[in-house]
Design a protein around this ligand. Structure first.
Ligand SMILES: Cc1cc2nc3c(=O)[nH]c(=O)nc-3n(C[C@H](O)[C@H](O)[C@H](O)COP(=O)(O)O)c2cc1C
Length: 382
């Protein structure tokens, strides 16, 4: 157990990442079957996969492309999704809108489709070392969260399971959800999600955010779609907020979707100081919300083994996904980050000693509206 914990802590403490060149990617074989050529009974599962996974945007000025409904560190896409049926697997190739691996379609009824999510930390440069694992499981949380959002948008349900290190999301046809529910999920996933526009360093528009912004984000974090790992237990949420109309600046705790001001003297400055990039690269101090997710990792790992840490990362990633979608719907960016000096950030938000930092989400309104190529296939947002 202590070996696991020492690896957990090895992944943190804000070491500087020696990034190096991106490792080469092996693209899936072209053989396979187009999503559009699947039998009619797979039309809804295919639509759920597309809405969650398809490329949406290419930003010519950005070194990391492309952009999807969920974020990925350096857009390296560390998680693959496969459709599983018995011993057969079809790798979802969201770029080519295909299932790769077999030329024939899955033979199931299409009413319950099991997806296997496989993690690929090796796609990050070697300088990320053990941190790559944590980033990959956070991204897997985003992917599971995006699939649950997409299932909800189509009136289906998702279930996420982590058993023996195997991560699956099962999509099931459900009684039609209340139409408003599906419509709201669809418009959140249709919005332009972004980690922030920053060709010359990312900074937020200094104008205040509208009343209710933090409350809406808290609802998104605490009322996730069915099957999202965001509902798994163990996370603590705190937000440093400033310049939100009708809300006192300072440190707020966020429990069950309600926010409480706990210290009006806390500003974004200590969050900036805990951040490992300088202010001219990422103007953290000028952002409106620094949402910090922590958990008592040691107690969880001692009680349930190494998988407990992965479950916490999955839950944190999925929460980050729902925050990012809600931010997008409100016209805001949401920059996920691990590049912090943990001890400083934990102190800034007054996390009790047993809690370890898991994830930081920086939220604000983008200043520029830059040119980007829209890659969204017409089938994704008809
Ligand atoms: C798990 C995770 C960790 C990330 N860590 C950082 C970070 O430490 N610093 C940063 O600037 N961006 C970070 N990002 C943001 C990615 O770089 C960003 O998602 C990617 O460049 C694609 O941009 P987009 O989200 O706007 O599509 C992270 C994203 C994820 C999912």
């Amino acid at each position: 157990m202590d070996a696991t914990l020492s690896r957990v802590w090895d992944q943190t403490h804000g070491k500087s990442v020696r990034s190096g060149a991106m490792p080469p990617r092996t693209w899936p074989d072209r053989a396979g079957i187009a999503l559009a050529a699947l039998p009619e009974r797979y039309a809804l599962p295919a639509a759920i996969l597309r809405l969650a996974l398809a490329p949406r945007r290419w930003e010519p000025w950005n070194s990391y492309n492309e952009h999807r409904a969920y974020p990925s560190p350096r857009a390296a896409w560390l998680v693959d999704v496969s459709v599983v049926e018995g011993h057969r697997r079809w790798l979802v190739d969201p770029v080519r809108d295909r299932l790769a691996g077999h030329a024939d379609a899955p033979a199931g009824a299409g009413t319950a489709v099991t997806l296997e999510l496989t993690v690929h930390p090796e796609r990050l440069p070697a300088g990320y070392a053990a941190l790559a694992d944590a980033l990959t499981w956070l991204e897997a949380g985003h992917v599971a969260g995006a699939l649950a959002e997409s299932a909800q948008a189509h009136g289906w349900h998702a279930t996420t399971d982590l058993d023996d290190g195997e991560l699956t999301v099962t999509l099931r046809a459900a009684d039609p959800a209340p139409p408003g529910h599906a419509q709201a999920a669809r418009s959140r996933l249709g919005a332009r999600r972004t980690s922030g526009l920053g060709p010359r360093g990312l900074s937020a528009d200094p104008a205040p955010l509208p009343e209710g912004t933090l409350a809406a984000l808290s609802q998104a974090a605490h009322r996730p779609p069915t099957g999202s790992p965001a509902a798994w237990p163990g996370l603590r949420h705190r937000a440093v907020a400033c310049r939100i109309t009708g809300l006192a600046d300072g440190l707020h705790t966020v429990d069950s979707g309600t926010t409480h001001l706990v210290d009006a003297d806390v500003t974004m400055d200590p969050v900036q100081e805990a951040f490992s990039y300088p202010r001219d690269k990422l103007d953290v101090a000028g952002m409106n919300i620094g949402w910090v997710i922590t958990a008592d990792v040691a107690t969880a790992v001692r009680a349930a083994g190494a998988a407990a840490y992965r479950r916490l990362l999955l839950a944190a990633g999925a929460t980050g996904q729902h925050l990012g979608s809600a931010a997008a719907a409100a016209g805001l960016f949401c920059r996920p980050a691990r590049s912090v000096h943990e001890a400083h950030l934990e102190a800034a938000v007054a996390a009790p000693a047993p809690e370890d930092f898991l994830y930081l989400l920086l939220i604000g309104r983008s200043r520029p509206r830059d040119f980007a190529y829209d890659l969204t296939p017409p089938e994704v947002l008809p």
